[in-house]
Design a protein around this ligand. Structure first.
Ligand SMILES: [Zn+2]
Length: 76
């Protein structure tokens, strides 16, 4: 929609929030595969981008975690 701000859905409460007021967070989801065996622990990590509204982000400590993530990225 033109001129209208894009809205995203909060991953926690399901509320629809304007993109500019949402907090983007990279969630890492790990899952095993059938390739996995005792000698070779094959796991896939899927990074999914989720959005939280401000209150859920605060409640879940997302701001703190984002700071951690930023610090970790700087090490690479
Ligand atoms: Zn929320």
């Amino acid at each position: 929609m033109r001129g209208k701000e894009q809205s995203v859905t909060c991953d926690s409460c399901g509320r629809s929030v304007p993109r500019s007021k949402a907090v983007a967070f990279q969630k890492a989801i790990s899952f095993g595969t059938e390739l996995r065996n005792p000698e070779n622990d094959v796991r896939f990590f899927e990074r999914r981008k989720v959005y939280y509204c401000i209150s859920c982000a605060k409640h879940r400590g997302i701001f703190e975690r984002l700071k951690d993530q930023a610090a970790r990225h700087r090490q690479y």
